[in-house]
Design a protein around this ligand. Sequence first.
Ligand code: SAH
Length: 219
Amino acid sequence: MSIDARKIRLIMQLRRSGVTDTKVLGVIERIPREMFVPPSFHDQAWEDTALPIDLGQTISQPLIVALMTQALDVHDRHKVLEIGTGSGYQAAVLSRLCRRVYTVERHRPLLHEAEHRFRTLKLHNITSRHGDGTRGWPEQAPFERIMVTAAGGPEPPKDLTDQLSIGGVMVIPLGGGYGEQRVVRIRRTETGLHREELWPVRFVPLLSDQDVEERAHPS
Ligand code: SAH
């Protein structure tokens, strides 16, 4: 099957699964996902499945990317923060829908590969950096939108909700115990944070520098 035929099949599958935002579907059709997966998985790049990238991490399933992007409700004037650059695919999708994307990754080699892809695809409105994304990006805050693509604990990191603008929206997978995760949408208003549970998912863990330290030296 040609790449074009695979693309059309995937877009139809996303539509059937509840992705109604035509802008999101258009961007997914145009970003070459095969560039974001390892060469040995090229033939599966347009399947609706998560795929392994280096360092035990994963590029998310297209349906989850599409639904989370749709849930974030991004506009072209927005400044968006993404935590967990990974392959860079989600950042690439967001970059076509907003003014600027700031993305943070804790694994340097993944970040460098993603940055190379952004340059090749001329995605010049993505700014990336290495570090612990649970701290956010204070120098650039506030953000109208924040997307976290690794699973946090039961509560969103406070630094991230603090860096959300009033009226801002964050989409983040949160754990509910027993390894169960759910995508949660958090809206910050004048009166506080309003939380809405969306669908169950499975993401790699969001690891802060402190978590990594504690795993290395359990007390
Ligand atoms: N958005 C990615 C999916 C990445 S998987 C894509 O489209 O390919 C989640 C990523 O989050 C992994 O690369 C992992 O290294 C990263 N991550 C986990 N905890 C993090 C943290 N505290 N700060 C920054 N990145 C983190």
